[in-house]
Design a binder for this molecule. Structure first.
Ligand SMILES: [Zn+2]
Length: 290
């Protein structure tokens, strides 16, 4: 147990239950976070991974011993906060206290501020003047906008991916889908949500258009936050077999089918959320205005 929820969220091991209060209250434990299979950020140094990388990125980079011994870099801290948000260990609306993060990661507040600014730029974090940084809480209107953007972008991503398809790219998609299957088998809901989002980012990365990939990555993480806020309690992000069907269509270079399956897939995700009826945030001002 720890009395510091922020530290607990950042220290949690992958696969811990949503309700788990167990956290190891040491900085060393906080650093022992999972690596992640997401593509490298456009224009940024490739994020380091402290654990063995997942198969989808094995061919691209591995952990270096020297790197493991260094203090947390900007990219490492960014990845840890990002993955904690993606896995719903840090909930929408959580205050990200600079001082505490600096202490947890053993770095200056200035470095934490830089990381928070980068997350804010990606809309993952809201910075409120005089109050600080919070994990973003997308509104229903923003959620609808995200789905509209995804419906436009993702068919284009698949078209481009099929044009540029190689056996290696197809193998990476399949390896990623296997990770998802494995996470579902273990009933690791956090990993399922993260890997589901990462499938879409990976497809965009493999399509080879950096602007599309960057947009897709941002839309994926916003979708993750939306799933937390608006998902029906029984559902989990992407449906179990739909990525595999999309990959099959990609493998057959059947662009019309891949695009259609993707649009249906997005429709399923959107319709599993309660975006019309549930007002999660109460607008007190509107209620009392008269
Ligand atoms: Zn999906």
């Amino acid at each position: 147990m720890t009395d510091d929820p922020l530290r607990a969220a950042l220290a949690a091991e992958p696969g811990e239950g949503e309700d788990s209060e167990e956290a190891v209250p040491t900085i060393a434990a906080a650093l022992a976070l999972p690596g992640c299979a997401r593509p490298a950020r456009h224009g940024a140094e490739a994020p380091a991974t402290l654990n063995p990388p997942m198969p989808t990125r094995t061919a691209r980079r591995g952990p270096s011993t020297a790197r493991l011994q260094r203090e947390n870099t900007h990219d490492e801290i960014y990845e840890k906060i990002y993955v904690a948000i993606l896995e719903h260990r840090l909930h929408p609306g959580t205050k990200l206290v600079e001082e505490r993060l600096a202490e947890i990661f053993g770095v200056s507040r200035a470095r934490i501020r830089e990381v928070l600014a980068r997350l804010a730029h990606e809309q993952v974090v809201d910075i409120v003047p005089q109050r600080g940084a919070y994990v973003a809480k997308p509104t229903i209107e923003q959620a609808l906008d995200v789905f509209e953007a995804r419906r436009l972008i993702e068919p284009a991503v698949l078209r481009r991916l099929i044009e540029n398809l190689t056996p290696e790219k197809l193998a990476r998609l399949r390896a990623h889908a296997e990770l998802e299957v494995d996470a579902r088998r273990r009933d690791d809901k956090r990993a399922v949500i993260r890997l589901s989002g990462e499938f879409h980012s990976l497809a965009a990365e493999l399509a080879g258009n950096t602007a599309l990939a960057r947009s897709m990555r941002e839309l994926s993480v916003l979708t993750c936050l939306m799933i937390f806020l608006y998902d029906a309690p029984t559902s989990t992000s992407c449906r179990a077999d739909e990525h595999a069907q999309i990959i099959d269509a990609i493998g057959k270079r059947d662009a019309p089918r891949a695009e259609r399956l993707m649009l249906e897939h997005l429709e399923h995700i959107e319709s599993s959320m309660k975006l019309e009826t549930t007002a999660v945030e109460v607008d007190l001002e509107a209620i009392f205005r008269g």
